[in-house]
Design a protein around this ligand. Structure first.
Ligand SMILES: Cc1ncc(COP(=O)(O)O)c(C=O)c1O
Length: 507
């Protein structure tokens, strides 16, 4: 985990790949227009969502481009998303087979199951999405004692003893004074940011921040400025400008400046440059909000996230946020930090005041996972899982680089994006991998820039070396078959033997 050995790369694709990618989108767009014409003249059946004739004078319900993109691009490849799963989302899972009789406009389940698909798409970083009855005993006992739903908010009848136990445990785990938990990770961001900043405040937000952070920022009414992803020059320039010029019209000083970043970025696999950001926030007297949805549990020698990975003091982060949906195999989120901050949010955050409290079995699942990570269950299972995940991530990333794929992100990150670029290849890749019983997540425009469509792998401590080797074997074959190995770099087969100076810290 040493800082010197950390490599983070964002290799650019060769020029011909960008040209072919634009050409690919160009061709499907052209076909789209031709088919729209055929639909308009009645030569092709039309399933389009469109206003009825008597609605035509109203403001249009459907945006032109979105409508066009959905009909002509997304519909052709829709079979690769939203597949129904009929088992635990563990390292291996079962899918329900489905077919479409109308070119993906609707799907029909065949009643058959596709068994034993290796799952490299779920965020089950530490393997806590599991159904071993021994491990889940306390969760079952809690369900028998408290039931499943709380039927009230924390401030009314919904404040259970296990909620308080969980909050103490979270604060203890993170090394801060206090914490509050919420039933939903998304709402933890979108409802707490507006409680912290408002009009007259400035938010500096990383350009790749999650939608829940963007929504929270917009709801707050604060001014939002977006800095380049993980780019300290861009952030410092904005901070300097904000301090020198103050608010846009009045030039009064900003009431607060809040920097919002994530620990690990879920589409890039990159790790936040935390020590530099802390130095900047101290220099310019700003506050820092850190979303650890993908990093808590997943990085750091004892799973305490990016503060531990970089060996920085967690109290230097003003607002620590995280979710329980990934490493903990549960649901919900937390805000942690100074007691004053948490007490303030308890009475001012909409999700604290108006939302029902976290479900008891979910609460107990998080408690048991935390106890396991902290060794409070009397075992070393938590540490074993953390080490296994780190080993799996490094092994998988090293083999992919050796094969010649372009992958993004940090060596420490269990999120591994493989760049596929061309729309046709994205679809062929997902279908080919499923035929080989490997469940992958593929992502393209508008979730990524148009030229950077990718497959996003999420590794787990529950993946055995044998499973990873199977995935790598198929990736190698599919990579050759679909010509996906675009990297022009040479990698040593054993990265640990590389000279330290070979590693780029900032590319
Ligand atoms: C960075 C980040 N923050 C917040 C969330 C929302 O969390 P949840 O899915 O637990 O509601 C996500 C979800 O993926 C995320 O990636």
């Amino acid at each position: 985990f040493s800082r010197q050995n950390r490599q983070e790369s964002f290799e650019q694709a060769p020029m011909y790949v960008a040209v072919m990618t634009y050409l690919g989108y160009g061709i499907v767009t052209l076909f789209g227009y031709v088919r729209d014409f055929l639909r308009a003249v009645g030569l092709e059946k039309c399933h389009v969502a469109q206003e009825r004739d008597e609605q035509k004078d109203f403001v249009p319900l459907y945006q032109d481009f979105e409508n066009f993109y959905t009909r002509n691009l997304y519909m052709r490849v829709r079979d690769n998303w939203n597949r129904p799963i009929c088992s635990l989302p563990g390292p291996v899972f079962d899918l329900m087979e489905r077919v479409s009789d109308d070119y993906n406009w609707t799907f029909r389940l065949t009643g058959r199951t596709i068994h034993n698909v290796i799952n490299v798409g779920s965020y089950n970083y530490l393997g806590f999405a599991e159904n071993n009855a021994d491990f889940l005993k306390t969760v079952a006992d809690t369900t028998c004692q408290f039931g499943v739903g709380v039927c009230s908010t924390r401030q009314e009848m919904g404040n259970l003893s296990i909620h308080e136990e969980l909050e103490k445990l979270v604060a203890n785990f993170l090394g801060v004074e206090s914490s509050m938990t919420f039933g939903m990770g998304f709402a933890t961001n979108s409802m707490n940011i507006p409680a912290l900043v408002g009009k007259g405040c400035l938010i500096l937000s990383d350009e790749l921040n999650h939608t829940s952070l963007i929504l929270g920022a917009r709801l707050s009414g604060a001014t939002i400025r977006v800095f380049k992803h993980n780019n300290m020059h861009s952030l410092e320039k904005m901070l300097r400008e904000a301090v020198c010029s103050g608010q846009t019209r009045t030039h009064r000083p900003w009431k607060k400046i809040l920097i919002i970043v994530e620990g690990i970025y879920s589409m890039e696999g990159s790790v936040v440059r935390l020590p530099e950001i802390i130095a900047l926030k101290k220099k310019y007297k700003a506050y820092l909000y850190l979303d650890e949805a993908h990093s808590i549990g997943a990085v750091g020698p004892s799973g305490r996230g990016v503060t531990e990975l970089f060996d920085v003091d967690p109290t230097d982060v003003d607002v620590m946020m995280g979710t329980f949906t990934k490493s903990f195999g549960a649901s919900g989120g937390y805000i942690a930090g100074k007691k004053e901050l948490v007490d303030y949010l308890r009475s001012h955050s909409h999700s604290a005041v108006y939302a029902s409290a976290m479900s008891p079995p979910v609460t107990e699942q998080i408690i048991r996972a935390l106890k396991c990570l902290m060794g409070k269950d009397g075992s070393t299972e938590g540490i074993r899982r953390i080490r296994q995940l780190a080993e799996n991530s490094r092994y998988f990333r090293a083999r992919l680089k050796e094969m010649g794929f372009i992958i993004y992100g940090s060596d420490d990150s269990p999120v591994v994006p493989i760049l596929l670029y061309m729309p046709g290849k994205v679809v062929a890749f997902a279908r080919e991998m499923l035929d080989r019983r490997i469940g992958v997540v593929v992502v393209g425009f508008p979730a990524t820039p148009i030229t950077e469509a990718r497959a996003r792998f999420c590794l787990s401590a529950a993946h055995t070396r044998d499973m990873l080797n199977q995935v790598l074997h198929h990736l190698n074959e599919v990579g050759d078959r679909l010509c996906l190995k675009f990297s022009r770099r040479k990698y040593s087969s054993w990265p640990d033997l590389c000279e330290e100076t070979d590693f780029e810290l900032d590319s």
